[in-house]
Design a protein around this ligand. Structure first.
Ligand SMILES: *Cc1c(COP(=O)(O)O)cnc(C)c1O
Length: 361
């Protein structure tokens, strides 16, 4: 038998989640964010499943965009970090990609380029996240330069929110106010909302949504949120038991003897570890399901294996199914017990974990 550790991706659930994003803001368009290999789900398969209904895709860099074009994707693709060198604009032109412009250098490169095809530009303002974007005071002048370029068709005005995952945060209001005061007079569509703002901040919806994590079924919020409740999990990370043993009180499990049994304990060994992308920082008590029943991690996660409490499952035996996260165990719950976020869990799944695709209705 092959190693049973694998991921199952439900492309129908991703489509459902994309529709849920658009349903939050009638009349808007939405870029499906498929950077980082579609948050570990496989960008080509995800893009193919969404292409019939998607308004566009967003990726981090040209390499990711070219992979989609080579697999036959024809929909607009926005490069969220723009180009890293002016030479890339020629391949962006050939592939019909849409660059973000987030600094003066990129603005100079785009204005100096002589592409064969006219293209749109997404012009980004730094309204307080202080990562990428032109200073608010420089924004109108940059916009005017792009408007003068004959090869630039449309300019989409964009910014990115730092605290949208805390609904009602004062920083969001301040960012929206800055965007309005420095771009309010400019023509063109607006794009502000990541998943958290799609679900939790109507004022940020604008004309183009940019949902990422919500497409993959994880709520961007730390706490339960009504508009995130309809999201469907999209990735099931699963394996099987490969060993079961009974330990007496006082015995310890695994590296460092981190977990010491307080009482007689039945322990299951699961064929998944940090080299598969399971977080090594998972604490004792991190939820996991065996035979569809919730239980907990006990002992330190090792490279190829981890250990679980089977005391309540006297019948469990090697070969029994284990779900690390998916429809029974929310990725957010594993992330919370591991001092990380679902984004990192999804993008950390390793090449050793084969992905299979299914398509629910
Ligand atoms: C990654 C990214 C998104 C998507 O963010 P989520 O929190 O995953 O929805 C949106 N906009 C930009 C600029 C991004 O880099």
């Amino acid at each position: 038998m092959a190693r049973p550790t694998r991921a199952r991706v439900d492309l129908g659930a991703i489509r459902h989640n994309y529709r849920h994003a658009k349903a939050q803001a009638a009349g808007t368009r939405a870029l499906a964010v498929v950077k980082a290999d579609a948050y570990g789900h496989g960008a080509t398969a995800v893009a193919r499943a969404l292409e019939p209904e998607v308004d566009g895709f967003a990726v981090a860099c040209i390499e990711e965009a070219l992979e989609l074009r080579e697999s036959g994707i024809r929909t607009p693709i926005v490069l969220l970090e723009g180009v890293f060198e002016p030479d890339e604009l020629a391949s962006a032109d050939r592939a019909g990609l849409t660059p973000v412009v987030h600094n003066q250098e990129q603005l100079d490169w785009v204005c100096a380029a002589r592409p064969e095809r006219a293209h749109a530009v997404w012009l980004k303002m730094d309204t307080g996240m202080h990562r990428l974007g032109l200073a608010p005071d420089a924004f109108a002048a940059a916009h005017a330069r792009l408007a003068d370029c004959r090869h630039v068709t449309d300019v989409v005005l964009m910014t990115h929110l730092a605290c949208a995952d805390t609904p009602g945060h004062a920083a969001t209001e301040a960012q929206l106010a800055s965007f309005q005061s420095h771009a309010g007079h400019l023509p063109g569509p607006r794009s502000i909302a990541n998943s958290a703002a799609v679900l939790g901040c109507r004022a940020a919806h604008g004309d183009w949504l940019r949902p990422g994590i919500m497409l993959y079924g994880a709520s961007p919020f730390g706490e339960a949120h009504p508009s995130a409740a309809a999201l469907r999990p999209t990735l099931t990370f699963e394996s099987r038991l490969i060993g079961v043993r009974d330990l007496a009180a006082g015995e310890a499990i695994g590296y460092g003897r981190r977990f010491v049994c307080a009482a007689p304990t039945r322990v299951g060994v699961v064929a998944a570890g940090y080299a598969d992308g399971y977080p090594r920082h998972a604490q004792d008590g991190t939820p996991i399901a065996v035979n569809g029943q919730p239980t907990r991690i006990i002992g330190r996660v090792s490279m190829d294996m981890l250990t679980v409490d089977l005391t309540d499952q006297p019948e469990a035996r090697p070969g029994d199914p284990v779900q690390l996260w998916g429809d029974q165990i929310p990725a957010n719950a594993v992330a919370a017990a591991s001092d990380t976020i679902a984004y990192q869990l999804f993008t950390s799944l390793s090449r050793r974990v084969p992905i299979s695709y299914e398509r629910s209705g």
